[in-house]
Write a protein of this length. Structure first.
Length: 435
């Protein structure tokens, strides 16, 4: 933004002498005489040429068709709000000594080019190179601000996640919903009812569409202030307890295809669509399972009693000699006499308790770590197992659920805390919107 006295800048713009964004952004091509100021953020200005360039870049990156009339104005309003927030964040970063280096910007640009491909990068940013760099720089600044001032205020412990999963597991039928969201924040100098009225009108428009799912996604891309906007508002699958309380009570009663009325929250006003509903009929067990590290000494049961007695005596002798895991491992690998007498022996490695046959599991559970189990005779085989170690393991499905629940909760709280932080920046700033 321009780091000049507002009155001086206004005069220069009127004369066509200001065309770029200094300080936080690269300079744009020289502005025409018709260029005008569309917003003032403290002592910095945003001009119409800058807004138009960013709006066009946003349209391309979201894959939207050419827009006209109300749709174009809606996207410009949202883009201007983004530019205002970015300038507030840049000013906070400058006061806090946070700096995006040229090397960091180059690295971010290279990563973006690699992710989307050079040809796509050039197509999306053709004629808007400096605007694209401004956007990248703003994203890096915001990451630094979040790391310093936002994330430390968001607390989420594993016990909280586990309590939520435990509550989920108590239900034999656990419903999950795939949802999308359109979020409009409350804005300074704008009536508090304005976002709600806009969402009510938008909801009616979406419901009247022949393809409401597509209409909702398109509206989210153009109008939502949520970080999910680029994905058409898609938040993914959520279960009970994973949403902020303001949304939880409403979303939990919605059916597939439903679109909520505008919902007030700490972040502003939200419109939610339930894309799909699924029910897990089997509750997830949060109890850890026990895995055992096992070595098997085994041979086929001889038919003759005398041979069986001899095998049992040999097995008893061997297990008395092999008293450590290192000895057992070496015997099963290199001692030919042991393998000759017990050809079905093997290092089983880590085995879940539920994977063991009942007779084997009973013997293993009776055995102390570092000891041999009692004899087990089943399926024509005489066996003893060396229990080298045991460990408690969280089931994979619980790990995945814990990761998803934790990520959903963290994202939700980060979003709320980020909005609170930006809202406070706005409240302390002088902002004049002239669009």
């Amino acid at each position: 933004m321009q780091r000049l006295n507002v009155l001086v800048v206004a005069a220069l713009v009127a004369c066509g002498m200001v065309g770029g964004i200094g300080g936080g952004l690269h300079a744009q091509p020289a502005a025409s005489v018709a260029d005008r100021i569309v917003a003032v953020v403290n002592e910095q200005v945003i001009t119409e040429s800058q807004l138009n360039a960013r709006t066009e870049l946003t349209r391309r990156q979201m894959g939207l068709p050419a827009l006209e009339g109300a749709q174009q104005q809606s996207l410009k309003r949202r883009t201007l709000a983004t530019l205002v927030d970015e300038e507030l964040q840049r000013q906070y970063a400058a006061r806090s000594g946070l700096l995006v280096t040229r090397a960091e910007l180059s690295e971010a640009k290279a990563a973006a080019q690699k992710a989307m491909g050079q040809a796509t990068w050039e197509s999306l940013n053709r004629g808007l190179g400096s605007t694209a760099e401004d956007k990248l720089r703003a994203e890096l600044v915001w990451q630094q601000v979040q790391a310093q001032a936002v994330r430390p205020n968001v607390q989420l412990g594993t016990m909280e996640i586990d309590r939520l999963i435990e509550d989920m597991s108590k239900s034999r039928q656990r419903e999950e919903r795939e949802i999308s969201i359109i979020m409009l924040p409350e804005e300074a100098n704008v009536s508090a009812s304005a976002p709600r009225a806009r969402l009510e009108a938008l909801r009616a428009e979406i419901l009247s569409s022949t393809t409401p799912a597509e209409a909702f996604a398109a509206a989210a891309k153009m109008q939502s202030a949520d970080s999910s906007a680029a994905a058409g508002g898609l938040l993914g699958w959520v279960g009970r307890g994973e949403l902020p309380p303001a949304l939880e009570s409403t979303v939990g009663t919605m059916a597939e295809g439903d679109i909520s009325q505008p919902i007030p929250s700490n972040a502003g006003w939200a419109l939610v669509r339930v894309n799909a509903v699924r029910t897990n009929t089997q509750a997830v067990s949060t109890q850890p399972r026990t895995d055992y590290n096992l070595y098997l000494l085994a041979a086929s049961v001889p038919s003759a009693t005398q041979a069986l007695n001899a095998l049992q005596q040999t097995m008893a002798a061997q297990t008395k000699q092999l008293t450590t895991e290192e000895q057992v491992k070496a015997a099963l690998v290199s001692r030919t006499t042991v393998l000759a007498a017990f050809p079905r022996s093997a290092a089983l490695g880590w085995v879940p308790a539920e994977a063991l046959q009942p007779e084997v599991l009973t013997a293993v559970r009776q055995t102390k770590i570092g000891r041999w189990s009692p004899e087990v005779r089943m399926n024509g085989q005489l066996s003893r197992l060396f229990v080298a170690a045991s460990k408690q393991v969280v089931p994979e499905e619980v790990q995945m659920l814990r990761q998803r629940v934790g990520q959903n909760l963290m994202n939700s709280r980060l979003e709320l805390e980020s909005r609170r932080f930006v809202r406070e920046l706005r409240q302390r700033a002088f902002i004049d919107i002239r669009l």
